[in-house]
Ligand binder design. Structure first.
Ligand code: IDP
Length: 162
């Protein structure tokens, strides 16, 4: 095997990224996938899903007491979402940078939320806030059988991992 290919992508950090219903309506799925591909991360899971209400509630369980929680759940189940698991060194922090701040009214130009989000209740895409939550969310949204172990042949040219 080529250098790096055996050990995969320098460890196993993964994040959960989800294009929310407004992102699908805006036709941003391809653009979001491209950002992660171009950055050299590896796609480990991908699916289109009409979210069951209970799953949306589980995903946002920490926000249960917030006044906006009922609207948030309604928004997430208002249309299909695209669920993704991405892997690579520092992928959690990179995803946060690529996607930008939660509130599009404090925009960071060049990020998905900054360029395409309108307000905090319509912010286009979710990303995990820590590696621990990345794993929790991937386990919540994907069955084991939906996550694919594979090696991308360009990996050793993009990353110097041994
Ligand atoms: P995060 O998505 O950046 O991790 P959280 O505070 O965990 O931010 O909020 C989860 C989601 O809840 C946000 O992405 C956004 O869609 C929604 N949200 C957060 N704050 C508000 C609010 O004040 N009003 C309406 N929706 C909100």
């Amino acid at each position: 095997p080529l250098p790096g290919s055996k050990s995969g992508l320098g460890g196993s950090e993964r994040t959960y990224v989800m294009v929310k219903p407004d992102g699908l309506q805006q036709g941003l799925v391809g653009e979001i996938i491209s950002m992660f591909e171009h950055k050299g991360f590896v796609l480990k899971g991908l699916k289109l899903l009409q979210t069951p209400e209970e799953l949306a509630q589980n995903h946002y369980f920490e926000l249960k007491e917030k006044p906006f929680y009922p609207k948030l759940v309604k928004y997430i189940i208002s249309g299909p979402v695209v669920c993704m698991a991405w892997q690579g060194p520092g992928v959690v922090a990179s995803a946060r940078k690529l996607i930008g701040v939660t509130n599009p009214l404090q925009p960071e130009p060049g990020t998905i939320c900054g360029d395409f989000g309108t307000e905090v209740g319509r912010n286009v895409v979710h990303r995990s806030d820590s590696p621990e939550n990345g794993e929790r969310e991937i386990a919540l949204w994907f069955k084991d059988s939906e996550l694919v172990e594979w090696e991308q042949c360009i990996t050793p040219w993009l990353w110097s991992w041994q």
